[in-house]
Design a protein around this ligand. Structure first.
Ligand SMILES: *[C@@H]1O[C@H](CO)[C@@H](O)[C@H](O)[C@H]1NC(C)=O
Ligand SMILES: *[C@@H]1O[C@H](CO)[C@@H](O)[C@H](O)[C@H]1NC(C)=O
Ligand SMILES: *[C@@H]1O[C@H](CO)[C@@H](O)[C@H](O)[C@H]1NC(C)=O
Ligand SMILES: *[C@@H]1O[C@H](CO)[C@@H](O)[C@H](O)[C@H]1NC(C)=O
Ligand SMILES: *[C@@H]1O[C@H](CO)[C@@H](O)[C@H](O)[C@H]1NC(C)=O
Ligand SMILES: *[C@@H]1O[C@H](CO)[C@@H](O)[C@H](O)[C@H]1NC(C)=O
Ligand SMILES: *[C@@H]1O[C@H](CO)[C@@H](O)[C@H](O)[C@H]1NC(C)=O
Ligand SMILES: *[C@@H]1O[C@H](CO)[C@@H](O)[C@H](O)[C@H]1NC(C)=O
Ligand SMILES: *[C@@H]1O[C@H](CO)[C@@H](O)[C@H](O)[C@H]1NC(C)=O
Ligand SMILES: *[C@@H]1O[C@H](CO)[C@@H](O)[C@H](O)[C@H]1NC(C)=O
Ligand SMILES: *[C@@H]1O[C@H](CO)[C@@H](O)[C@H](O)[C@H]1NC(C)=O
Length: 802
């Protein structure tokens, strides 16, 4: 009648005896002994067993016997490191063991796949780590009672399934396997997550961004994520290829060979022309699954070769929309169905598909192909229940540095706020934690951001002046919560993406950001001399000296170089859209940097323009932009021309103090520039006009006129502007020594040279360089951009010295 036998933590040795007579025994604890073997049918007769522990005994190899099934009241079965071989028996189901809670079989020699009988089981704690298990982890989707799953250090493959039903999940360890595919949102959103271990797999897509309270082990570079920065979207081309890979179960071959964020950068089986994917050749890769309709999103595709695989299903109709397709080879698969109507000049090869043309496959192709997408909708009970997720921790942010490509110190910022009160203002001072991106210094640096918040006009954001431990000054812009909608969040992210991409000595650098819940911070380099408008328009009130002409010239050249870089950035073109003196910031050396990329848009290739909701500032808006909303790089040229006019005249683009007919600078300037005499009167009286200066001013005036030409095509491009201005600036004085060429971009280099150098830097780093990455939808037409109060750039400098 023995019910309990506990002999653990001794040095008992020899074979475990036959205990089959103990039909009442419920608790059997044998762990930490020196037992050498276990009887083959040890569980025969032990029908009352509830709790069994055998861990850490040096047994000869054995396997879990069928007779265990008779112990239907089993709750805990623990046999870690006891030399179990064979497969996991297919009976740990809710039918056989309706009370089973914990199954610990770690560090054994188990092989084969996770049994489907786990589906629906009541197990809460499953430890199978340190075995030789293979196959997929799809069954986890239906194990909704799980709170802890350790599957690390196996040979598991395929994607992580939808785990939205696993609402109690706390500790999720899948590291050291060969898992592929995109980390599902359902995992990221699990409300009770505490530990997530995903290091050393072949996971793809964006690096997931978990809530800050979750302990995440996802060491950079040990997966196949497109980017190391958590939460950043992949290049749209990557998204499409991953969608394609999904329909064939995310094969490991793809995951292992598709690294980084640029499919045109030596991705196997993909061929590109000028950054456009033109050939996809998946011939004889052993693929099983279906042909993805997502191929149709690769608009530049010429040839699609899928022959010699085990593909099932039909040829998707969507493929007929591919405008440049010339060849579709699907020969030697198991496809069925009608071949859709392609354009006449498309060569289609469907040979070797016995059921092609038939309405149904005649012989059901052996089971559902192994790697195929798990039935995603099934078993996900209560997927919508995660709304009640609670934010318990006090750490609110986790942030990402930006500048790895150039070896510049990028920063990671976390903002600690008081618990709760997410929407209320954080009282200053509050603490910002900055993690240096590089160097062996792993410790976060806490920085107090001093109180006096400099209010950004319009309440869009508050800008704080901060200081790092080493004295480096920073400007921290904190968005008011609630200002940005959920949709705006995506936009905010893509703006950060632009900012992190864009690096130039004449563009204000983003040092880091924080993005968590409602918290949005941007960290910029600090520009001590403030805005150009201070120095041109407000110098009297600010107690400054008026700028000499040579300074103005140098500043104009700096701005032109910054914008030229934006316009020509690595095959892509970015448009600033809001160039004006209040967005031009000066350092102590009076060299200028262009700031506020909040409105930067990706320019389309070629002459096409994109239409956007009007944003920008009156007085600087190109006419075609103001009227039609069409944006090309030429709108920046117009604004730049206005700035030149301001530099020449010292008058604002729109000067309300002037009579009606002189209010608009461009119009007035054109009139004044008409004759030499009137023009002289228009020049800023603080500029000392000797002969040389006069000549230089006229040349710039002429340039300004061209820049402000009514028709976009009549305006020069920035390269021309740079040429004109640099020849003038050089005549005046030798350029100041390049003291801080930390970007590796030399002023004397041509743009293509600079780009090359920059790309070389990026190529050597582990951050991918694909300029079109991050840019969200890739289709920026018609996006509505909230027109935004101006003055952010001003606001983060104007308090300087107070
Ligand atoms: C078991 O034996 C080892 C030496 O073989 C000894 O170090 C250890 O203390 C023993 N443990 C117990 C519980 O007796
Ligand atoms: C245990 O189950 C087996 C079937 O797996 C059955 O044949 C056997 O009689 C059962 N033994 C006891 C003691 O219930
Ligand atoms: C497991 O069992 C095999 C065969 O009985 C034996 O050779 C091996 O040493 C055992 N392994 C361990 C770790 O005890
Ligand atoms: C898993 O491993 C076993 C051998 O241990 C092998 O027979 C089987 O094909 C493998 N399954 C998969 C899906 O790799
Ligand atoms: C998760 O891990 C933590 C730390 O190891 C532990 O305290 C907690 O009990 C675990 N949760 C579960 C459900 O096992
Ligand atoms: C997570 O992984 C790291 C390193 O791979 C390891 O040190 C840590 O113990 C793991 N945690 C769990 C719960 O597996
Ligand atoms: C590495 O991982 C950390 C944390 O997951 C992340 O903040 C960082 O941006 C990643 N990238 C690099 C290059 O360190
Ligand atoms: C793939 O196709 C599906 C269905 O048309 C669509 O919902 C999804 O957005 C596509 N994915 C990508 C990355 O294009
Ligand atoms: C690449 O694709 C874009 C957009 O589809 C197109 O405008 C461009 O001409 C293409 N480039 C080449 C070389 O085909
Ligand atoms: C295709 O599947 C069949 C069985 O369905 C298998 O015999 C064959 O090896 C598979 N071919 C490839 C290329 O995987
Ligand atoms: C897993 O269980 C769910 C419901 O419990 C069921 O809908 C689903 O079909 C099962 N999956 C498999 C592969 O048996």
């Amino acid at each position: 009648m023995l019910t309990r036998l506990e002999v653990m933590n001794n040095n008992l040795s020899g074979p475990i005896p036959d205990l089959s007579g103990l039909s009442s025994v419920q608790v059997l604890i044998l762990h930490n002994n020196l037992f050498s073997s276990i009887p083959v049918d040890f569980f025969l007769g032990l029908t009352s067993l509830v709790s069994f522990s055998l861990d850490y005994n040096p047994l000869t190899a054995w396997s879990i016997p069928q007779s265990l099934q008779n112990a239907t009241g089993l709750k805990d079965f623990s046999a870690t490191q006891v030399n179990i071989s064979g497969t996991i028996p297919d009976f740990f189901s809710s039918e056989t063991f309706p009370s089973l809670q914990s199954l610990h079989l770690a560090f054994n020699q188990l092989e084969g796949e996770l049994p489907w009988s786990f589906n629906g089981s009541t197990i809460t704690s499953l430890w199978l780590n340190g075995n030789q298990l293979n196959g997929t982890v799809s069954v986890l989707q239906g194990m909704t009672y799980l709170t802890e799953v350790w599957l690390h250090s196996n040979k598991l493959t395929g994607p992580i399934p939808d785990v939205s039903g696993l609402l109690g999940m706390q500790n999720f360890s899948l590291r050291d396997n060969q898992l592929t595919g995109i980390v599902p949102d359902s995992l990221v959103k699990l409300p009770s997550l505490y530990i997530v271990n995903l290091t050393n797999n072949l996971l793809q897509g964006p690096t997931p961004l978990f809530n800050s309270g979750v302990n995440v082990d996802i060491a950079n570079g040990t997966n196949s994520f497109c980017l190391d920065v958590p939460g950043f979207p992949c290049d749209p081309r990557v998204d499409v290829l991953l969608a394609v890979a999904e329909s064939v179960g995310y094969p490991s071959g793809f995951a292992a060979n598709w690294k980084g964020n640029d499919p045109c950068n030596q991705w196997q089986w993909i061929t590109c022309t000028n950054g456009n994917i033109t050939i996809v050749n998946f011939q004889r890769l052993g693929l099983s699954g279906t042909i993805s309709a997502n191929f149709s999103m690769l608009k530049s595709l010429n040839k699609l070769i899928l022959s010699g695989n085990n593909l099932t299903g039909t040829i998707p109709n969507e493929l007929t929309t591919l405008p440049s397709l010339t060849l579709l080879d699907v020969s030697n698969n198991n496809l069925y169905g009608k071949v859709p109507a392609f354009r006449q000049n498309v060569v289609i090869n469907t040979a070797g598909n016995t059921d092609i043309g038939k309405d149904e496959p005649s012989s059901t192709p052996a089971g559902s192909p192994a790697g195929n997408t798990p039935g995603t909708s099934s078993g996900s009970s209560g997927g919508g229940n995660d709304a009640k997720k609670s934010k318990t921790g006090t750490v609110v942010g986790s942030v990402i540095g930006a500048f790895c490509g150039l070896g510049l110190v990028g920063l990671v910022v976390c903002l600690y706020t008081r618990k709760g009160k997410r929407s209320s203002k954080v009282q200053s001072p509050h603490t910002v934690v900055i993690h240096p991106r590089h160097s062996g210094d792993h410790d976060a640096v806490k920085v107090t951001v001093a109180g006096s918040s400099v209010n950004g006009r319009g309440g869009f954001g508050t800008v704080y002046k901060g200081e790092l431990h080493d004295g480096t000054k920073i400007a921290v812009k904190r968005m008011e919560s609630g200002v940005i909608s959920e949709k705006g969040l995506a936009e905010f992210k893509s703006e950060i993406a632009v900012l992190t991409k864009v690096r130039h000595r004449h563009l204000v650098g983003l040092l880091g950001y924080c993005l968590d819940g409602n918290e949005r911070l941007l960290v910029y380099e600090y520009m001590p001399q403030g805005t150009l408008s201070r120095h041109v328009f407000n110098w009297r009130e600010e107690g400054l000296k008026p700028l000499e002409w040579t300074r103005r010239l140098t500043i104009a050249l700096d701005v032109a170089r910054g914008v030229e870089y934006l316009h020509g950035l690595a095959h892509q073109s970015f448009i600033h859209r809001d160039l004006k003196p209040s967005n031009i910031l000066l350092g102590d050396d009076m060299r200028a940097k262009v700031a506020d990329f909040g409105l930067v848009r990706l320019a389309p290739d070629g002459k096409h323009s994109i239409e956007t909701r009007l944003a920008g500032t009156f007085g600087y808006l190109a006419p075609e932009y103001a009227v039609t909303g069409r944006v090309t790089t030429k709108v920046d040229l117009f604004s730049f021309g206005v700035i030149l006019m301001e530099l020449i005249t010292g008058r604002k683009a729109l000067d309300e103090t002037q009579p009606e007919d002189s209010l608009h600078l461009v119009t007035w300037f054109r009139r004044m520039h008409f004759s030499k005499d009137t023009f002289r009167k228009a020049i800023d009286p603080t500029i000392e006009l000797d002969e040389e200066t006069c000549a230089s001013v006229s040349t710039v005036a002429e340039l300004a006129g061209h820049c402000c030409a009514r028709e976009p095509y009549q305006r020069p491009d920035m390269g021309h502007v740079v040429n004109v201005l640099s020849s003038l600036a050089e005549m005046w004085k030798p350029a100041e020594p390049d003291s801080d060429d930390i970007y590796g971009i030399d002023l004397d280099m041509t743009l293509p040279q600079a780009l090359k150098k920059w790309q070389a830097f990026e190529g050597n780093s582990n951050v991918d360089d694909s300029s079109s990455s991050f840019l969200g939808s890739g289709d920026n037409t018609q996006t509505s951009i909230p027109t935004r109060p101006s003055g952010f750039a001003e606001s983060f400098t104007s308090s300087d010295g107070r």
